[in-house]
Each structure stands twice: as C-alpha cells, then as structure tokens.
Design a protein around this ligand. Structure first.
Ligand SMILES: *[C@@H]1O[C@H](CO)[C@@H](O)[C@H](O)[C@H]1NC(C)=O
Ligand SMILES: *[C@@H]1O[C@H](CO)[C@@H](O)[C@H](O)[C@H]1NC(C)=O
Ligand SMILES: *[C@@H]1O[C@H](CO)[C@@H](O)[C@H](O)[C@H]1NC(C)=O
Ligand SMILES: *[C@@H]1O[C@H](CO)[C@@H](O)[C@H](O)[C@H]1NC(C)=O
Length: 458
C-alpha cells in the first residue's frame, strides 16, 4: 500500500463517500494483504522493548503493575509473528523472534523460567511451547546444537504436564490437568479447559510431527476427559472449567481461544489419523465456533465479556487473533472445511481491518470489531488480533506444517523436561541478603495472590 499523507487520505475518503481507514487493504489481493500485514507487524513490535538495554528479552512490558502484559503474551506474540513470517515470507523479525524464544527457555529448558513461578500456569508455559512448535512446523532457523531445540522444548513442556504432580489423581476430576503449576499459586485447584486444551493441542501436534502415537493417545485421553466432564458439550459449546474436589458446578463462560485450540488440535488429530471420529469432532468444533464467536454478522466477538459495558481484560482481548490463525491452520489440516471456514475469516478480517484508524499514525487497531469504529484503545493484543486475521487469510494457501518426515529438521528429545515440579530454589545467599530476600518473597507471593487471577475466570 502506498502511504499517502493523511490529508490526502481524508480527501479520498470524502470523495469515496466513506471513512477511509489508514489500513486500507484489498482482501482479494495477496500483495495488498502482505503490505497491510507488514504495517501491523511493525505497529505490534512498537509495544516491545525487550531488545532495548534494561529490558528483559522475550516479554512485553509487565506484568501489571509494571506494564500491561503477562509473561504468556510474549509467547503468544512470537507465535503470531512466526505464523506471519512463514505465511508472508517476511524475515524482518527473525533475529528478534529467535533471541526471544531462546532467552525465555529457563534453566531447565522447559519454558518455565524461575522469574515467573509466582504466576506460572500450565497454559502460560504452553503458549511458549506453541511458538516452539510453530518454529519446528515451519522450518524456522534451528538453534546451534548445544542450545535448546524447538521440538525438544515443546516435548519438555508436554512431558512435565503429563506428570502426575501437575494433575489430579482419583475422583471425578481424575487425570485433570491443574491450571497452575505450583500448589502455592491461586488456581491450583482449578481444573480448567485452557490448561487441558493446551496440553491436548501440543500432544496432537507432537503426534503428527514425530509420528509417535503415545502423544496422540494422551491427547485423546484429554479430549475424552473434557467431554466426560461436560467442558465440551454435544453442541460443541466449550466452557471455562470447574474446581476441585469434583469438577462440578462448571463455569460456563465461553472464550474463543479455548474452543479454537481444541479445534486446531482436533484438526491435527484428524490429519494424522484420518479417522471418522476426529472428522466429526473437527467439524463439530468448527460449527460450534462459528455459532458462538461469529454470531454478530460473521465478525469475531467474545460473548462472555464483550457485550457493553464490557469486561474483557487485556488477555481476553487477544484471543480472537489466535482463533483466526488456528481456524486457518485447521483448513490446512482438514481441507474439507475450507469452504465453511474461509468465508468467515474473510468477513471478520474485513471488520477487524476497518476499525484500524487510531493512534498517531492513524492505523492502530481497537478491540470492538463489530462496531465498525476504532474504540480508542492501544495495545499489543489488538495489533496481534489484526495481524493474526490477515495472516489467516493466506495461511491455507501456503505449505502445511512440516513433520519429521516431510522436511522438518528440529531435533527432539522424548525425555526432555523435569520429572518433578518443584518451586525453584535460588542459589545460596549470605546472611546479609536474607532480610531483603524474604521481603522479596513476600512481595512475590502477595503479587501472585492479588494480581494473577487473570487468564480465565477463576
Ligand atoms: C529474570 O529477572 C531478572 C531481573 O529482572 C532479569 O535480569 C532476567 O533477565 C530475567 N530472566 C528471564 C528469563 O526473564
Ligand atoms: C514417544 O513418546 C513417549 C511419551 O513422551 C515417550 O515416552 C517415548 O519414549 C516416545 N517414543 C519414541 C520412540 O520416541
Ligand atoms: C492432511 O494435510 C495435508 C496437507 O495440507 C492435506 O493434503 C491432506 O488432505 C490432509 N488430510 C486429510 C485427511 O484431510
Ligand atoms: C525423525 O525421526 C526418526 C525416527 O524416530 C529419527 O531417527 C530422526 O532422528 C528424526 N529426525 C529428526 C530431524 O529429528
């Protein structure tokens, strides 16, 4: 897109008899989509400071109150950019992405760095594993042999989450994956959909990539659990989760990313197994998602928090970008759904782009796509959404995710990850440091209790 001076753009808009968004894009023209997406990627990275001195590589500014974003959204952003770079063939951010994904691996090479223990959920860890999986599936540059490899990182997360000390043993919730990793964290007793759906998704993709059916069996076991508990219903509504001791009294809030990660995982299971059972599930998930999250004129909408006055937090505001990408990925894995999914992605993307008229550059995006108007918000989540929506339009026409036998080069380690989940111990400290350290611990724990009930409605 040629960037015209704002005054001229405004004049053109007037002449055309409509408000002309600065992010004008012809959704039927791949070149036009690419140019618009490049601008949105640039705007997204304008929120990232991790490549500047004094900031931590890999993460967006935060967590609150130090900035708007939690640790997991860094992983979500790199996943978004990895899909973008692969689909649009733009390597501008390769070094930034690579550095970020290696910096946050943590001491045990499992995307569980000690800094974030106080708020570490299985879902948080998984969003970084998703990015590592995309790196493996799209042939992103492999790290040097002595560095952690993409496939092994995803396996480490999966193996740790398979471990019983992250799970419930016995009773109605048996084998449910807990939301939080550590028992000291708020939400350790919440057996929610997002944690289990993340695990399911990683398992389905590891199954297809490695052709090791153990991953698929564990993924299927997880699907069966969520079905039995009623987290996924016969109409393919997807609820948020329930607490111990019995996983009853389900919180019926529906969020687009929960459903979309189940959809994507089902599509990988279908592609790997070609079974009628997974065909039915991926089809059911597709219909459910379109019914629940695109009910308003075919435009992405979060029914559980978006209706006025609106209660979506910064996390919830980012879900639809993932949904668009994972629906597009589903078309690659289950091409029979193309004509059902693609028109929806297009209508919704058009609405997403239309409201990107904000900020100093006149093209920043807001959250409320169905209104057709920019809502005055500025955030990385909102740029990620539109970048995801544009990327999704072209994803079905690029090469499908690689596997170990179709060009994937990422080296795995089936035994990666720690065998036990323990709170990190810090290196021995001198007596002089102790007072300070315990104050720090108190601050961390207080912070965890007050600020970290964030990712789902616990
Ligand atoms: C952990 O926090 C310290 C102090 O802010 C920082 O220097 C370090 O880079 C962080 N590490 C990670 C992996 O975030
Ligand atoms: C397959 O995956 C399982 C589960 O992680 C693992 O225990 C096993 O070693 C893997 N098998 C191979 C051949 O890699
Ligand atoms: C699996 O994915 C490949 C690559 O997109 C596709 O060609 C194939 O048709 C898919 N398999 C099924 C059963 O749809
Ligand atoms: C692919 O899988 C085979 C068989 O499990 C293994 O020998 C090979 O090392 C794998 N290739 C890569 C690149 O991991």
């Amino acid at each position: 897109m040629v960037r015209l001076p704002t005054a001229l753009l405004a004049a053109c808009g007037l002449l055309a008899g409509r408000a002309l968004g600065a992010l004008d894009v012809d959704l039927d023209d791949p070149e036009s989509i690419k140019k618009a997406a490049a601008l949105v990627a640039e705007d997204l990275l304008s929120f990232y400071r991790g490549d500047e001195p004094g900031w931590v590589p890999g993460i967006l500014p935060g967590p609150p109150p130090d900035g708007d974003y939690y640790w997991w959204q860094g992983g979500a952003m790199w996943g978004t950019l990895l899909d973008y770079r692969n689909v649009m063939k733009d390597d501008t951010y390769d070094d930034t992405i690579f550095t970020a994904l290696q910096f946050q691996v943590g001491d045990e090479k499992d995307y569980n760095p000690a800094n974030w223990s106080a708020s570490m959920g299985n879902d948080d860890q998984a969003f970084w594993a998703f990015a590592a999986l995309i790196a493996a599936e799209t042939g992103f540059r492999d790290p040097a042999p002595e560095q952690p490899q993409w496939l092994a990182l995803a396996q480490a997360v999966f193996n740790e989450q398979t471990n019983i000390d992250r799970r419930v043993e016995g009773g109605n919730c048996d084998w449910g994956l807990r939301w939080q990793v550590y028992r000291t964290n708020n939400g350790f007793d919440y057996i929610n959909t997002v944690a289990n759906a993340c695990y399911f998704n990683i398992g389905a993709r590891l199954h297809r990539y490695t052709d090791n059916s153990t991953y698929g069996e564990l993924a299927e076991k997880t699907w069966d659990l969520m079905w039995r508990l009623g987290y996924i219903t016969e109409d393919y509504d997807v609820y948020d989760g329930a607490h111990l001791p019995d996983c009853k009294g389900i919180n019926k809030a529906q969020f687009s990313y929960n459903a979309a990660m189940l959809l994507q995982g089902s599509a990988f299971m279908y592609n790997a197994t070609e079974s009628d059972e997974w065909k039915e599930r991926v089809e059911g998930m597709t219909k459910g998602i379109i019914r629940v999250f695109f009910a308003k004129d075919g435009i992405a909408y979060e029914p559980s928090c978006e209706p006025p006055p609106g209660s979506c937090n910064a996390d919830m505001e980012s879900y639809r970008g993932y949904m668009h990408r994972w629906m597009a990925n589903t078309i690659q894995m289950a091409p029979f759904l193309r004509d059902t999914i693609l028109p929806v992605l297009k209508t919704s993307a058009a609405a997403g782009v239309k409201q990107c008229t904000g900020g100093d550059n006149g093209r920043m995006c807001g959250f409320h796509w169905t209104t057709g108007q920019y809502d005055g918000q500025l955030s990385a989540s909102l740029e990620m959404n539109v970048l995801g929506a544009l990327t999704a339009l072209m994803m079905p026409d690029v090469a499908p995710p690689l596997t170990n036998t179709t060009g994937g080069t990422s080296k795995g380690d089936p035994d990666a990850g720690q065998t036990k989940t323990e709170l990190p111990t810090f290196s021995p400290i001198t007596t002089g440091d102790k007072a300070g350290a315990s104050i720090l611990t108190i601050l961390i724990i207080t912070g965890a209790l007050s600020a970290f009930a964030w990712m789902s409605l616990d």
